[in-house]
Design a protein around this ligand. Structure first.
Ligand SMILES: Nc1ncnc2c1ncn2[C@@H]1O[C@H](COP(=O)(O)OP(=O)(O)OP(=O)(O)O)[C@@H](O)[C@H]1O
Ligand SMILES: [Mg+2]
Length: 371
């Protein structure tokens, strides 16, 4: 917007500009002056949109420490952005090593609580009899060995974020106690009579099939609904193929010694990375790259450094339909990786039509970035 005015009052002009007008000038219109102003407006507009596009590209390939450019990771990034501005509980699901803890930390560090503690507690790693005092703390003399008062993890997270990792492992009895806490954010330390109010944001994660735990009665439905106000699912790495090399490159950089130039990854090694199934997900990829960076002697990381054979794991069952689907999924992934997301070419390689391939992509819920 360019304001042309008959009113020479500078205050009105300033006001117009502060409200978003690009420029202003007073009548009568001098065509040369107008040309110059328009030229500059176009120039600024181009710069602005270039900057925005660049910003967006940078943003889409990573979010804090999280790397990823696949559509699903895109969705995860925007979910993190949205929930970070609120205090709603989030449940993060996904196989082991998919980045659940990293997502929880990203939510915390993008929230207003970022300067307060992020306290993780692994609900699967602590023996059941210690879990309650670990979560809620205890008073001196609450039980043999309680020589002094101790705050629990919930209290330690006051003002910040409590991360309930492997929440699917929480024993039923403690699920009840946790639920009670989540209803009013008040707790009593073990052996304590004083009620303590705690201000925490709760994020939980599990690699278990929580729906199955619910149906088997091993996870309380009421607790589930409290925790999963927003659910974020992290797909396994084999379902976001276009992230593998991107994340691998980020790990090469991360594990290169300070001051050294990060090595490139050879084409052969890239193919090996793309062909592998990554049952251990991003964690396995990180270990693999860390080792390769250490082993590698030349200017680039080779397939030998990576040490990966395209895998053919033993079939999980002899059911022919399952085996067929398994191989179908694998071949489709490889064809897409090989053709860098070009669906027509991938369909050609597979001997399928494009619509058939799209149908299969949908069936197997394979996410990819179309080239
Ligand atoms: N998208 C990603 N970009 C970069 N690094 C990642 C990404 N996802 C995971 N990682 C890294 O992979 C490793 C495993 O991630 P994390 O510990 O968050 O997984 P997890 O889902 O909590 O696994 P588990 O269920 O085994 O606890 C970490 O070192 C983490 O930094
Ligand atoms: Mg974890």
């Amino acid at each position: 917007m360019i304001v042309v005015t008959g009113n020479p009052d500078r205050r009105a002009a300033l006001e117009a500009i502060s409200r978003g007008a690009h420029d202003f000038f007073t009548k009568p219109v001098d065509i040369e002056e107008l040309k110059a102003i328009l030229k500059r407006a176009f120039y600024v507009h181009t710069l602005e949109s270039e900057y925005k596009a660049l910003q967006q590209r940078l943003e889409t390939r990573s979010f804090g420490e999280l790397v990823g450019a696949s559509p699903v990771m895109h969705d995860v990034f925007s979910a993190i952005r949205k929930v970070s501005t609120t205090d709603v509980p989030v449940l993060i699901t996904g196989e082991s090593g998919t980045g659940k803890e990293l997502v929880a930390r990203a939510i915390h560090s993008n929230s207003v609580r970022k300067d307060k503690p992020f306290i993780p507690i692994n609900c699967g790693a602590i023996p059941e009899n210690l879990m309650e005092s670990e979560l809620f703390g205890y008073e001196k003399g609450a039980f043999t060995g309680a020589h002094a008062q101790k705050k629990g993890r919930i209290e330690l997270a006051d003002g910040g974020t409590l991360f309930l990792d492997e929440v699917g492992e929480l024993p039923l009895q403690l699920q009840v106690k946790l639920l009670r806490f989540l209803q009013d954010f008040r707790l009593n330390r073990v052996g304590g009579r004083q009620t303590i109010e705690v201000d925490v944001r709760v994020i939980a994660a599990t690699n278990r099939d929580i729906k199955k735990l619910l149906s088997e009665g091993r996870f309380r439905e009421d607790l589930y609904y409290r925790l999963a106000v927003v659910a974020v699912d992290l797909p396994p790495l084999r379902k976001r193929r276009d992230d593998v090399v991107l994340i691998a490159k980020a790990f090469v950089k991360m594990h290169t010694k300070d001051g050294a130039k990060p090595k490139s990854i050879s084409q052969e090694a890239i193919e090996a990375l793309n062909a592998y199934d990554w049952p251990g997900n991003v964690r396995e990829l990180e270990n693999c790259i860390r080792r390769a960076v250490t082993l590698s002697e030349g200017p680039s990381i080779t397939a030998t450094d990576i040490g990966l054979e395209p895998v053919q794991p033993a079939p999980a069952s002899f059911n022919l339909k399952a085996a067929k689907e398994d191989i179908e999924l694998r071949m489709i992934n490889r064809a897409i990786a090989k053709n860098e997301g070009n669906i027509s070419k991938a369909a050609d390689d597979l001997g399928l039509t494009r619509p058939t391939l799209y149908h299969l992509l949908k069936k197997y819920n394979i996410s990819f970035k179309e080239a």
